[in-house]
Design a protein. Structure first.
Length: 428
């Protein structure tokens, strides 16, 4: 009879508590499915006395997660503390040095230190599993590393932050502006302790960096991602997009080109009839495109106790079954250094700007666009009651380089009352 798989869990917040609850409730089912009992030997968290709504009395307590990672009575170190530096990274490295496998939900740590951790794990003959780090309960890591192992992945596209999708969806549903919905999301507990990780696109970019590494066989390159958050998206943008048959989403896109790896996380317009356009609330969606499989769509809850703890348990169960494999889908030594490339694929763009209400202002903007080789598909000047005239423009397809040149030239026209907002219109 197989010996139990013994866990040490560091971090007993929403996800850690959820993992303990599932293990206590589903012990018999998990053993039947894996052929091995899974037990908890010890736990660690910042506060020992906090009531977490789950019985921890059966487990040894360690104040120091590094000490937990080194214990002789654990086989798998489960890191659920978060943070790309400090205790999470120190304890993970200590676990690998002690010959322990690691299961983590820590996207920031993997996005910033994934290559070095993968090299350490593989040198030690250990595993790092991290399904819960990307898209909550959606099994996208397993899909890329296993289900699509025979495919050359051509593109990864997705909505990877439920908080941003919640805010953008609620703006359209309620008619309330960004600031109001930001406060609502905070009151519901949807925002990170540092809200900019969510609304600034950083949280989602961490996830995109991990997916890009697996999809394209490159070392994780978070710093190569073009990142723009949703803070400048206005209710006017939401309504204008809806009028044209689009929704605005914080969209992650990664693809390998002849110039290098393109990675961007930014608000985009997507067709409202597309799967991504119909995605509402805090749900995540990842679209994967492969040369053999074509396009597949994965949709599900991107956060929360149950979905994220479920993903953690899926990794633990794989280890219990004896699964072995490299961290990012192939040996760390074979992962190429990514050459970052700005997106040059032509696309249409949505532009919003305020112009000074004086003769010739709009003509100057049209001239600047024309001189940059950008043609206008449609243009609308909305009603106003001040000396600023709101103008909406949709271009024909152009390169981002040409658009950036035009936007820089607009600043010298003397007719802008506010900085332009430019959103890519993504073909899906």
């Amino acid at each position: 009879m197989s010996q139990p798989l013994r866990l040490g869990i560091a971090g007993l917040g929403t996800v850690g508590g959820g993992v303990v609850r599932i293990l206590r409730k589903q012990a018999a089912l998990i053993e039947a499915r894996t052929g091995r009992a899974i037990t908890i030997s010890a736990v660690s968290a910042r506060s020992r006395d906090k009531d977490r709504g789950v019985n921890l009395s059966d487990y040894a307590w360690e104040d120091d997660p590094v000490a937990l990672a080194k214990r002789d009575d654990i086989d798998v170190f489960v890191e659920l503390m978060g943070g790309d530096e400090g205790p999470a990274k120190d304890a993970t490295e200590a676990a690998l040095a002690s010959g322990k496998d690691v299961v983590t939900a820590n996207k920031a740590m993997l996005a910033m230190h994934g290559q070095s951790l993968a090299e350490q794990a593989e040198a030690a003959g250990c595993l790092i599993r991290y399904e819960a780090a990307v898209a909550g309960g959606i099994p996208v890591i397993k899909t890329l590393t296993e289900g699509l192992a025979g495919n050359e992945v051509t593109r990864v596209v997705g909505v990877m932050n439920g908080t941003c999708n919640y805010i953008l969806t609620r703006m359209e549903e309620t008619g309330n502006g960004y600031n109001s919905l930001f406060e609502e999301a905070g009151a519901l507990g949807y925002l990170e302790a540092d809200p900019n990780l969510d609304v600034g696109g950083i949280d989602a970019a961490h996830k995109l960096a991990i997916l890009s590494s697996i999809a394209f066989g490159t070392q994780v390159d978070f710093n190569g991602i073009e990142i723009e958050g949703i803070q400048r998206v206005s209710l006017e943008d939401i309504r204008a997009a809806a009028d044209m048959g689009y929704k605005i989403k914080l969209l992650g896109v990664a693809q390998m080109t002849g110039r290098g790896l393109e990675q961007r996380m930014q608000p985009c317009l997507v067709p409202d009839s597309s799967p991504l356009g119909q995605l509402a609330g805090g749900t995540n969606m990842i679209v994967l495109e492969g040369d053999a499989v074509g396009q597949i769509v994965l949709r599900g809850p991107g956060a929360g106790e149950g979905p994220t703890a479920s993903a953690v348990l899926s990794d633990i169960c794989d280890i219990a079954r004896g699964w072995h494999g490299p961290v990012f889908g192939q040996k760390a030594s074979t992962l190429k250094t990514a050459t970052s490339a700005m997106s040059q694929a032509p696309a249409a763009f949505y532009l919003r700007m305020g112009l000074l209400d004086k003769p010739g202002a709009l003509a100057k903007i049209a001239t600047v666009l024309g001189e940059a080789g950008i043609s206008i598909n449609r243009m609308r000047q909305t009603e106003h009651r001040s000396d600023h005239a709101p103008v909406l423009i949709v271009t024909h397809k152009t390169s981002r380089k040409a658009l950036d040149e035009a936007l820089a030239a607009m600043a010298g026209t003397g007719v802008l009352a506010s900085d332009p907002v430019a959103l890519r219109i993504e073909d899906l």
